[in-house]
Design a protein around this ligand. Structure first.
Ligand SMILES: Cc1cc2nc3c(=O)[nH]c(=O)nc-3n(C[C@H](O)[C@H](O)[C@H](O)COP(=O)(O)OP(=O)(O)OC[C@H]3O[C@@H](n4cnc5c(N)ncnc54)[C@H](O)[C@@H]3O)c2cc1C
Length: 476
C-alpha cells in the first residue's frame, strides 16, 4: 500500500495512479467516523473551524469518533507518508493543512468529572463549557481561559492562561496524564511515570507536533464564587488607566488575575447598544480569594476615578465567560502576541495611538489586552518546556477581524508594525497559544530556552523523524 517516501505534499498524484476513491474507501473501512476527500459532501464543513480565515485543503479528512479512529488515521498517514494536521474547534489554526491528512476531533466530546479525585477526564474535541459546568456542580473549577468555547486539549497543549492563572498556574501545569497517539500510530499514556519525556514536552510545548492527544486528565481546583468583571473607562482615559494599571497590578496578590484592555467594540447588532461602535479602556479580571477583600481591591479604582460602566461584582465562576465577552460565532480573525517585563510610558503611548481610532477613522486592531502574569505562572516556568513563553510580567494579545480577505494584508501589516514599534519594550519570547498560521512557524521556537528547545527537538525527532506533524508548534 505504501506509495513513496515521506513527507509528501499531495495525495492526489498518487491517487490518480491507484484511484483515489479506492484508497479512501479502504481507509473508511478502518474508521467508525466519517472519511472525506475533496468534493465529498461533508468535506467543507469538516475542514473549517472558528477562525474562518483558515482555509485548509487537506487530501483527506478523518472525523474521528474515538481513540481507535485516531490510531487508524495516524497509521494510514504513516503508511502513505502523509503529513498530519489536527482540528478541534479551529480557534488556533496552524499553517494550511493542504495535501495533508486532517484529523478532525470535534466529535470526541466526552467529559467526566471525578469530584473525589478532583479531576476531569476530557476527550480531544471537547470545549471548556461542559468541563466548567460539571466541575462547578461540585464547587470545583478547571484552569480554562477567557472563553468556554475554546477546546480543552489545544488550549492546554499551548499553555493555557486563564483567570485563575496567577493563583494556580497554566492549564498545562494541571495535567495528570495525556492519552496520545504517536506519529507511528502507537497509542500510549504520557504521565510523570509513563513516557515522562513526552509528558514534559506536551505540557505547554507540544500542540500538534508530536502526536495526536486523544484525551487528558486535568486537576480541578476549589473555586465557586469569585469577584470578577470589568470597569469601563472612556477611551480618552486610556493612557492614564494603563499607566496606573502598570504600577497597580504588580502590587496585587495571587488571588487576582487581571488585565487592562483597549477595546474597539464593532458596530454590530450583536454588541449591546451602550458599547456598539465605541472604544473603551477596560480594567478586567477575577479575584478568587475572600470576596470582601476582592471588592476592596477594585474599590481602589472606583475611588480613583468613577468608571463609565462598572460590571465588577460577585459571580459564580460558572459565569466566567462574562469577563471577556469573547465572540462565539465563527469569524475571520488574526491574533499576535508579545511579552513585556515593564510597561514604560512610551510602550503605552504606542499601544494607545495604534489601537484606538483617530476621529472618524475605522479601527484595524479590535483589541489589545495586557494580562498581568507572574505568580504561579512564572513560578512554574523552571519545570516547564515553554519556560521563556510564560516568564514575562505582562502578556500582550492583539486581535483583529478581517472582514474581507482583500484587507488581510493591511491588517497583518498593522499588527506587525505595532509589534515592531514595541520592539524595545518586549522580551522577545512568544506565548504559544496566541500564535497562528505562518507566525506560529516563525516564532514558536522563541517560547523555549535553548536547552529546552534542544531537548524537545530530540523528543520530536525520535517520534517523528520525517516531520510529518509539521502544522503545530515549530522548534527551529
Ligand atoms: C476567542 C479566543 C479566546 C482565547 N482565549 C485564550 C485564553 O484566554 N488563554 C489562552 O491561553 N489561549 C486563548 N486562546 C488561544 C487558544 O487557546 C488557542 O488558539 C488554542 O490552540 C485553541 O485550541 P483549539 O483546540 O480550540 O483550536 P484548534 O484550532 O482546533 O487547535 C489549535 C491547535 O492545537 C493543536 N491541537 C488541537 N487538538 C490537538 C490534539 N488533539 N492533539 C494534538 N494537537 C492538537 C493543533 O496544532 C491545532 O492547530 C483564545 C483563542 C480565541 C480565538
Amino acid at each position: 500500500m505504501t506509495i513513496q517516501s515521506a513527507p509528501r505534499t499531495d495525495l492526489d498524484d498518487d491517487i490518480a495512479v491507484r484511484t483515489r476513491t479506492a484508497v479512501l474507501a479502504a481507509l473508511a473501512d478502518r474508521i467508525v467516523g466519517d472519511v472525506y476527500g475533496p468534493g465529498d459532501p461533508g468535506y467543507d464543513v469538516s475542514r473549517r473551524g472558528f477562525n474562518v480565515l483558515a482555509d485548509h485543503r487537506p487530501a483527506v479528512i478523518v472525523c474521528a469518533v474515538n481513540r481507535f479512529d485516531v490510531v487508524e488515521a495516524v497509521r494510514f498517514a504513516a503508511e502513505e507518508g502523509l503529513r498530519v494536521a489536527i482540528l478541534a474547534t479551529g480557534h488556533g489554526p496552524g499553517t494550511a493543512a493542504d495535501g495533508a491528512l486532517l484529523v478532525n476531533t470535534s466529535a470526541m466530546t466526552d467529559v467526566r468529572v471525578d469530584p473525589i479525585e478532583r479531576t476531569a477526564t476530557v476527550s480531544a474535541g471537547a470545549k471548556w463549557g461542559p468541563v466548567l459546568e460539571q466541575a462547578q456542580q461540585h464547587g470545583l473549577a478547571p484552569l480554562l481561559g477567557s472563553t468556554t468555547d475554546v477546546g480543552v486539549v489545544g488550549y492546554t497543549l499551548g499553555g493555557g492562561f486563564g483567570w485563575l492563572g496567577r493563583k494556580y498556574g497554566l492549564a498545562s501545569d494541571s495535567v495528570r496524564s495525556f492519552g496520545v497517539v504517536t506519529p507511528a500510530g502507537e497509542p500510549i499514556t504520557a504521565s510523570a511515570t509513563s513516557h515522562p519525556d513526552i509528558f514534559w514536552a506536551l505540557k505547554g510545548g507540544g500542540a500538534g507536533s508530536i502526536g495526536v492527544v486523544t484525551d487528558v486528565v486535568l486537576d480541578l481546583f476549589p473555586v465557586s464564587t469569585v469577584y470578577g468583571g470589568n470597569l469601563f473607562y472612556p477611551a480618552e482615559d486610556a493612557a492614564e488607566v494603563m499607566r496606573r494599571f502598570a504600577r497597580w497590578a504588580p502590587e496585587q496578590g495571587e488571588d487576582l488575575t487581571s488585565a487592562v484592555t483597549l477595546m474597539n467594540f464593532p458596530p454590530l447588532e450583536m454588541v449591546p447598544e451602550p458599547l456598539r461602535g465605541k472604544s473603551f479602556v477596560l480594567v478586567r479580571g477575577c479575584w478568587s480569594g475572600d470576596l470582601e477583600v476582592g471588592k476592596a481591591v477594585i474599590d481602589e479604582w472606583r475611588d480613583w476615578k468613577t468608571p463609565a460602566m462598572d460590571m465588577w461584582g460577585e459571580m459564580p465562576f460558572a459565569a466566567a465567560d462574562s469577563i471577556s465577552m469573547d465572540p462565539t460565532d465563527p469569524m475571520p480573525s488574526m491574533m499576535t502576541t508579545e511579552w513585556c517585563d515593564d510597561l514604560p510610558d512610551e510602550a503605552i503611548d504606542i499601544l494607545v495611538s495604534r489601537v484606538l481610532p483617530r476621529l472618524g477613522s475605522t479601527p484595524i486592531i479590535l483589541l489589545a489586552e495586557l494580562r498581568h502574569s507572574g505568580g504561579a505562572i512564572a513560578r512554574g516556568a523552571a519545570e516547564a518546556v515553554n519556560d521563556r513563553g510564560r516568564s514575562g510580567t505582562f502578556l500582550l494579545e492583539m486581535v483583529s477581524v478581517v472582514p474581507d480577505p482583500h484587507v488581510g494584508l493591511a491588517v497583518e501589516s498593522a499588527l506587525r508594525l505595532t509589534r515592531k514599534a514595541l520592539e524595545p519594550y518586549v522580551t522577545g519570547a512568544a506565548y504559544l497559544n496566541f500564535l497562528e498560521g505562518e507566525e506560529r512557524v516563525a516564532r514558536s521556537a522563541s517560547s523555549f530556552s535553548d536547552t529546552n528547545r534542544a531537548r524537545v527537538a530530540q523528543i520530536k525527532a525520535s517520534l517523528d523523524p520525517d516531520n510529518r506533524f509539521c502544522h503545530g508548534v515549530t522548534l527551529t
